[in-house]
Design a protein around this ligand. Sequence first.
Ligand SMILES: C[S@@+](CC[C@H](N)C(=O)[O-])C[C@H]1O[C@@H](n2cnc3c(N)ncnc32)[C@H](O)[C@@H]1O
Length: 370
Amino acid sequence: MGELMFTLATNKVSDDIINLLASSFPMTVREIEKALKNNGKEYSYKYIFKCTQELAVTNILVKKGLKYELNRKYILHLKLFAGLAAKNYKLNQNVFTEAMNSEVLNVFSVEEQEQLRKELMKIVDKHIMQKLSEWYARYYDPEHNELKHILEVGKLKGKNVLELGFGTGRITFEIVKHAKHVTAIDKDVDYVSYCENMAKERKIKNLTLKAWDIKNLAALKGQYDVIISGWSGLHYSADIETLVKNLYGKLNKNGILIIIEAYTQSEYIQILNLVRKKETDYIMKKQKFLKEALFRKFGSCQEDLIPSYYGFPSFEKLEETFKIEMHYEEGIIWTEKDTKKLQNFLKKKNNPLRVDEPPLFFICHKTSTK
Ligand SMILES: C[S@@+](CC[C@H](N)C(=O)[O-])C[C@H]1O[C@@H](n2cnc3c(N)ncnc32)[C@H](O)[C@@H]1O
């Protein structure tokens, strides 16, 4: 709560007053002034008086006689509110957003409500990114078969690489260790700032991250030796011919294109299909179009199915992964019925915490400059 309250007050002195009263008995303004001074925070009596009055008007403090104290009812409300928000964000950002519009917020001014929503969304987004990162990076491909195949096919040493749809940087932060330079694009600005922070923390110098849509590939600067697209759904592009033409155009002579997509017959997709409208035929058709377009432009297209899987540490983590996938990728809210379906499916498996998801590689070599 301390952290939340800290963001509520509109100025530093009010923050200090709230934090002081959160851990002490009711105080007069003079006592507040003295206690703050003892804590090394010296403000004028007049200013402390003004801030205290304001906090009382907005119901954050209550006045009893000459003394002020934190409004316990209000804090309880906030606690409930934060609890509700924290419980719900995991599954459904919309529920969280609704909670943030709840009447508890009415105790704040319009500006404060706005500030609070922003702060809370920042916390939520950070947690969601961490969840996605956990899902992709921690549980998927524990034997690194996908990465090994990328390195084997792409031979990245000394090469300029372009990565499409980098997401939480699961592939990015591995390939930078091998390539000369990686330019990575994603249309989602949240992923860009998430990975920028990671790159900064890890002091990575040979990586350029850009918020950029793949459909604007032709306008992106630079030529590349290797282009890698990891699970970014290229087959869904509205104009596959133009996309393939642009991919070809961005490659240097002898360049390599590596596209990784989902294998429609995987166990992972079988589980998704328990819950959602089955789209397997549609995805297969789209992947076939992409492959044909690659054949036409590059003259050949190698297809490799590499064994890999999700290894979950518990049923809870497994279920959470599917819930997040359903919500973020498909906009479907997970219900109790879905939990039952999942449990029934897993009962029939030898190793219920291992879910097969072999990456499907399309690999093309640019041998001419047509
Ligand atoms: C399933 S995630 C895969 C992330 C990462 N490559 C990995 O394998 O862990 C797909 C990513 O592609 C990005 N993406 C999808 N369509 C895109 C587009 N048209 N332009 C840029 N990025 C796109 C999404 O924002 C998302 O980050």
